[in-house]
Design a binder for this molecule. Structure first.
Ligand SMILES: [Zn+2]
Length: 451
């Protein structure tokens, strides 16, 4: 296939540049200012369009197998494709059994193998329940099986995946370091949150009380402790979904520690949580609005490596509970991640082109060892790409073309600049804005990290 006439986002460039792209056998084989079609070659006219590398979302909860009443790989991978995400890495904790061993990884792979339209990989994990003598052995086997990182929690709402202590985290960091694996950490302080939750539950119910049970302090304390352990053990640590701007400064003091944030922390503040309610309920919760500008500041400077969705939807009966305390923490995000960053980051002028590319694809590709084949538009890499109409605006309506199983999103009704017209995974169009999903489930390939 030859794509002609587009402005292309090349790695390291200050602005998009006119280029033609040739794709053969799923790879980008030529990039030049002008390419002539070969005999019989399919030509795609992309005049007036922008082309970006497919997004990488290394933090999703697609819930298969186990919690498929909330989400499943088929729905969620279609949401990814429609949202310009061509590679996802699924978390180990929201499938049953959790991915804490090679056997469990194989069970999950069997369940999702023919479900996905985008390429996918897995993170492994260690929980307080599975921290025992065999955990180093399990991590070794998980690495052999190709996981990209090891997820663990300093506080957890999941019975099937309880938290680890600081002592246990230190051991996990040591073992993971020796295996050359990144540890991904949910960092809110257990002691603080337990005590504050008990206190505020007695006084009231609703977004403000929930926020007070998990404020900035809860993230700062946990991140401070975790960064100290990673520094002392010289271990690669990645703090997931950082919602507190001040915490980024602590993270940046340690060479081996990186972090991500999520679109909801950039887009919304506590005032929005009070207005929108449980459709915006996540852990950590969003913080007072000034914090958003701190996160944008750090993202623009590369202090936050990339943005991930933390996609975790739930059905209405789990979101619209009588008590805010009971409502499920998590929102669907994989379909709005790329459009939000494109609209409010690149097109709004908050992110340079190179920072946008790093935040949406390159940063994650590098951190998890995918950059030999994904994350940028270069000859020899997979032809994962997104074709955008930069002039179009559109408004998110969940009753039309929102592919996630969970339809409750705080982004409902938001207007975005820049419309995704096509998403390609390894050279095949998987999403077209007029036809919808046009690739069969199972087109997505399982990706293994090669140690
Ligand atoms: Zn998560």
């Amino acid at each position: 296939m030859l794509i002609q006439g587009a402005q292309v986002a090349l790695p390291g460039a200050r602005q998009l540049e006119p280029r033609d792209l040739r794709i053969q056998d799923g790879k980008i084989t030529e990039i030049a200012e002008h390419l002539e079609p070969l005999p019989g070659e399919e030509v795609l006219d992309a005049t007036g369009r922008w082309i970006f590398p497919g997004g990488i979302d290394p933090h999703v909860h697609f819930d298969t197998p186990g919690y498929t009443h909330r989400e499943d790989f088929q729905h969620a991978s279609r949401a990814a494709a429609a949202g310009g995400i061509t590679t996802v890495i699924d978390m180990p904790c929201t499938s049953v059994p959790p991915v804490i061993s090679r056997a469990n990884l194989e069970a999950k792979l069997e369940a999702v193998a023919d479900q996905s339209v985008v390429d996918f990989g897995f993170h492994g994990g260690v929980s307080g329940k599975t921290f025992e003598e065999r955990f180093p052995h399990n991590l070794h086997e998980l690495r052999e099986a190709g996981v990209f990182g090891i997820k663990t929690y300093l506080i957890s709402g999941m019975e099937t995946f309880p938290r680890v202590t600081l002592f246990q985290l230190e051991r996990i960091l040591e073992v993971a370091r020796d295996l050359d694996l990144v540890v991904l950490l949910h960092a809110e302080d257990y002691d603080y949150v337990s005590s504050a939750t008990a206190y505020f539950r007695q006084i009231g119910d609703g977004p403000w009380y929930f926020y007070r049970s998990r404020p900035e302090t809860a993230e700062l304390l946990a991140i401070q402790a975790a960064v100290a352990l990673a520094r002392r053990r010289r271990a690669p640590l990645h703090i997931v979904h950082v919602g507190t701007a001040e915490a980024v400064e602590i993270i940046n003091t340690a060479e081996t520690v990186t972090c991500e944030t999520a679109p909801h922390y950039l887009a919304f503040g506590l005032e929005d949580l009070q207005r929108i309610g449980s459709p915006l309920k996540t852990t950590p919760p969003v913080k007072p609005s000034a914090n958003r500008w701190g996160l944008w500041y750090h993202l623009a400077r590369g202090n936050i490596l990339y943005v991930a969705s933390d996609h975790a939807p739930a059905p209405a009966e789990e979101k619209n509970t009588p008590s805010f305390w009971q409502a499920y923490s998590g929102i669907p995000g994989v379909q709005t991640l790329f459009p939000y960053l494109l609209s409010e980051g690149l097109l709004a002028g908050r992110l340079s082109l190179s920072r946008f590319l790093e935040a949406i694809a390159e940063g994650a590709a590098r951190r998890f060892g995918l950059d030999h084949r994904k994350g940028s538009l270069e000859v020899g890499k997979d032809a994962d790409l997104v074709i955008v109409n930069p002039e179009a605006t559109w408004t998110l309506q969940v009753d039309t073309s929102f592919y996630s199983k969970g339809k409750i999103t705080p982004f409902e009704g938001m207007t975005f600049r820049g419309k995704i017209e096509k998403t390609l995974v390894r050279g095949r169009v998987v999403y077209d804005h007029q036809q919808g999903i046009v690739a069969p489930s199972g087109w997505g390939q399982f990706l293994r990290r090669t140690p």
